[in-house]
Design a protein around this ligand. Structure first.
Ligand code: G3P
Ligand code: CA
Ligand code: CA
Length: 330
């Protein structure tokens, strides 16, 4: 009602019918802009026959960031966010990793590690990095964990990652992000086309190997917001010596043979990966259970203190949004 009042006044300057006389028009706010769309435009988004956002862009000419419906290979339908602007656009949001309570170690809400405790007898924990379970909703992707069928259904070649402060509404994600980057070397071709496949080759499991020698791949990134130095600065100062900015790394293992899932923005050069890599297996032996959890040991030296092995408050309180971009069709 607030916007429609504002809008009716503005529109009357241009001699356009007020909104209450144009029920087929909707005023929506996107970032700082007010956009007028017809109801039909939004409804049509439910009718695209597309498996990912790149298809929505290429086949249906859609260029606006926002929510779209996508199909899976087997006929499932789900709604997610498409980034249609970064580096040519066509990025599909497939997951978010959110830390609801860094003090709850491998408890409720730790869907990307274990919600049932730190336990050597449950070495994979939830196993969600390599299964078809889905959870959450797109509009709550910065309020809680999110995983949609695109995670395993899309055959992608590149990834994009946004770190967005918790509880940010969808239309502000892009502006509110503290770090954004993407890969551009089509690395997923080498790992089966998505993270579901990659993590089958590199299981996120306790005791599958040793730090550094058995880590998964580290892939160079192109920054869309931030740089190598700002990346190092959001993580803890003690790890500064064992990380290199400018990469995304997968299945990094720590000194105690616990596996993490994603080191966002960095490449590990040591074994204290639990302070800068997120998600992981169901057992972290060091100082049991203080490192088990979606944001692992990010608050080892206090909450958001950014001293010792503690990450910055910004990093601790931002969800990590994972996007895919499908292979270019020839
Ligand atoms: O991950 C940190 C741990 O390995 C060493 O911490 O505080 O015992 O030196 P601290
Ligand atoms: Ca979580
Ligand atoms: Ca350690």
């Amino acid at each position: 009602a607030k916007y429609s009042n504002f809008c009716n006044q503005q529109l009357s300057h241009f001699g356009i019918l007020p909104f209450n006389k144009r029920p087929n028009l909707l005023l929506i706010r996107y970032n700082k802009d007010l956009i007028i769309v017809t109801v039909n435009e939004l409804r049509n988004r439910a009718q695209f026959n597309a498996r990912n956002c790149k298809e929505v862009k290429d086949k249906y000419g859609q260029t606006e960031n926002g929510l779209y419906y996508l199909n899976t290979a087997t006929g499932g339908v789900y709604q997610t966010f498409c980034d249609m602007t970064t580096a040519g656009g066509g990025w599909t949001l497939v997951a978010s990793v959110h830390e609801d309570n860094i003090y709850g170690k491998c408890m409720v809400g730790d869907r990307w590690t274990s919600q049932q405790g730190n336990n050597a007898n449950w070495p994979q924990g939830e196993g969600n990095w390599a299964n078809r379970k889905t959870f959450g909703t797109v509009e709550a992707a910065t309020d809680d964990d999110f995983k949609n069928p695109g995670y395993y259904d899309i055959e992608a070649e590149d990834m994009s990652v946004w770190h967005v402060p918790n509880n940010t509404p969808v239309n502000h994600w892009n502006l509110a992000a503290i770090m954004r980057y993407h890969t551009d070397r089509h690395f997923l071709h080498l790992y089966g086309g998505n993270l579901y496949q990659l993590f089958h080759s590199y299981p996120v499991e306790y005791n599958v190997g040793a730090h550094l020698s058995d880590n998964g791949p580290s892939i160079p990134i192109v920054y869309d917001l931030g740089d190598k130095e700002s990346t190092k600065n959001v993580y803890d100062p003690y790890s500064g010596g064992e990380i290199e900015g400018g990469f995304i790394s997968f299945r990094a293992i720590n000194h105690e043979r616990a596996a993490t899932a994603i080191c966002s923005g960095v490449k590990p050069k040591g074994g204290n990966v639990e302070h800068y890599c997120i998600g992981g297996c169901g057992f972290f032996p060091e100082a049991n259970p203080l490192q088990c959890g979606d944001f692992t040991g990010f608050a080892w030296n206090g909450y958001g203190t950014h001293i010792g092995f503690s990450a910055s408050k910004q990093m601790l309180e931002s969800a990590v949004l994972l996007f895919y971009r499908q292979c270019t069709m020839h």
